[in-house]
Design a protein around this ligand. Structure first.
Ligand code: ADP
Ligand code: MG
Length: 270
């Protein structure tokens, strides 16, 4: 296997939905990722772990073409969704971002906008047309999938900003789901939440994974162990660009990590 080859998926995993091939990334002259390759299996949860600053968020943003929103940013490599490079000139960036959604650390609903309008906001951004009755159904479906419907069904016209932090994060998940993405990227989605809200989001992630491919960045090792089937450990040692030290089946990585640096990290030794 060459250094840039994809790490093989652990046994028992189906075809990858999303594949990153030899991704390198720069901000200006500064290289922050070095030839990161990872296959993310369809309808499973992949967790990205590693210390702050090792390029996990940058990698995630490359997976749905948000990296290119930073003027100084550049990259090399390929991202394939169902085999097709999302960076090909024929691919519309709005379509790539519709198919590959993103949820951030800090819940970011439009605070003054109603719960209902928050859910359908993505439709406008992606130019998706849905009839009025279709929108009602989509709002119910998306809020149900995000585990929020029962709590908000009687107050869909209230502003999104009136919800609790955990509810706001589930509203953001519903907003992402409304455009029917195939992949959902989640960048530390529970870091700003209390333990109860965190557990509820974890339950939602587990349920969603039967239909959507999920990639989640987390600093919480128990969370990675609870929700993911595959895990990738990123490291940027002494100012070198971030890279994957080890990736594989989550149970194996936590139980019997191959690299001593992975063992130190998953056991909280750095
Ligand atoms: P992580 O999510 O693992 O904490 P990041 O992907 O946020 O890491 O950051 C990786 C490196 O890239 C860090 O050194 C960070 O300072 C740098 N970086 C991230 N975003 C930008 C940006 N917009 N401009 C310049 N440097 C950035
Ligand atoms: Mg980050």
């Amino acid at each position: 296997m060459t250094e840039t080859a994809l790490m093989p998926l652990p046994a028992g995993f189906g075809a990858p939905a999303l594949e990153a091939h030899a991704i390198s990334a720069w901000f200006g002259d500064r290289k922050v990722l070095d030839r990161v390759s990872l296959a993310m299996p369809a309808r499973m949860v992949t967790a990205l772990i590693g210390p702050s600053g090792c390029g996990k968020s940058t990698f995630l943003r490359i997976l749905n073409r948000m990296h290119e929103l930073v003027p100084s940013a550049s990259l090399a490599g390929e991202v394939r969704l169902d085999g097709a490079d999302i960076y090909d000139t024929g691919v519309k960036v709005t379509e790539a971002r519709r198919r590959i959604g993103m949820v951030f650390q800090k819940p970011n609903p439009f605070p003054a906008m109603s719960i209902y309008d928050n859910v359908v906001a993505g439709l406008k951004l992606t130019g998706t047309r849905v009839s009025r009755s279709g929108r009602d159904l989509l709002v119910e479906e998306s809020l149900t999938r995000a585990g929020l419907w029962k709590e908000v069904r009687d107050r869909l016209r209230q502003p999104g900003g009136a919800l609790s932090g955990g509810q706001q994060q589930r509203l953001c998940i519903a907003r992402s789901l409304a455009v029917r993405p195939e992949v959902l990227l989640m960048d530390e989605p529970c870091s700003a939440l209390d333990p109860t809200s965190t557990r509820r989001i974890e339950e939602t992630i587990t349920e969603l994974a039967s239909e959507v491919t999920i990639v989640i960045v987390t600093h919480n090792m128990q969370q990675a162990a609870r929700v993911s089937q595959q895990c990738a450990f990123f490291l940027a040692e002494q100012g070198t660009p971030g890279h994957i030290v080890e990736a594989g089946d989550t149970t194996q990585m936590f139980g019997a990590p191959v690299d001593p640096r992975t063992a130190d990290y998953v056991n909280g030794r750095f």
